[in-house]
Design a protein. Structure first.
Length: 202
């Protein structure tokens, strides 16, 4: 937390809106993420006017919409969203019962990184990689279970820049199985105010 700007400074963020641009398989994508404290979230992926995916969580219930087909989040997903929908989940790990285990030291690119296993109360495990030198998060990886089988989703974080005294990564490399997508931040807004209607689950 200190590497990003300190827990107190991070705790001051009540709203965050982030827009990213990316391209995959010839499609130009826009990725929008909105969060409101303590644990409301809105995520969408669009290609032009077409909405490919959307996920809403209002703090107690949620829904995932894929190409117009809506599916309510099950109990396990709701439990995970309670953690993942927070603006900076790491601040609340202890209160939420998330277990952290230091598993070793690995290379991420050219940097040495501490590898931390993150186990949520739902049983979901992921791995976070923090730079030994700067303390910044360099990578996250999670094994995703789907009807087609399991695959590893990873996100590498690059180009940290400071906004209002807090460091945010402005580039990301997102790996989904064999596919890799590079994304770049277009805009980040802090504490501009967001209506609860944005997170409304219908």
């Amino acid at each position: 937390m200190q590497a990003l700007g300190g827990a107190d400074k991070l705790g001051e963020i009540k709203y965050i809106t982030q827009e990213m641009k990316a391209s995959m398989q010839g499609l130009d994508l826009k990725i929008t993420s909105i969060r409101k404290a303590p644990n409301m979230s809105f995520e969408s992926v669009t290609a032009g006017e077409m909405e490919l995916k959307k996920m809403l969580f209002d703090g107690t219930a949620g829904v995932e919409v894929v190409q117009g087909q809506a599916k309510p989040l099950d109990e396990k997903k709701i439990q995970e969203s309670m953690v993942e929908s927070r603006i900076v989940p790491e601040i609340s790990y202890e209160d939420l019962g998330v277990k952290l285990t230091l598993t070793g030291l690995e290379k991420v690119g050219e940097e040495d990184a501490y590898v931390v296993e993150v186990e949520q109360p739902s049983g979901k495990k992921s791995y976070a990689y923090f730079s030994k030198e700067s303390g910044l998060k360099l990578k996250e990886s999670t094994t995703m279970e789907t009807p087609q089988g399991s695959f590893t989703q990873s996100v590498e974080y690059h180009d940290y820049q400071e906004i209002d005294g807090i460091k945010f990564p402005h580039k990301a490399k997102i790996g989904m199985g064999p596919q890799v997508m590079e994304a770049e931040v277009v805009n980040i807004e802090l504490n501009t105010g967001v209506s609860d209607d944005v997170f409304k689950v219908e």
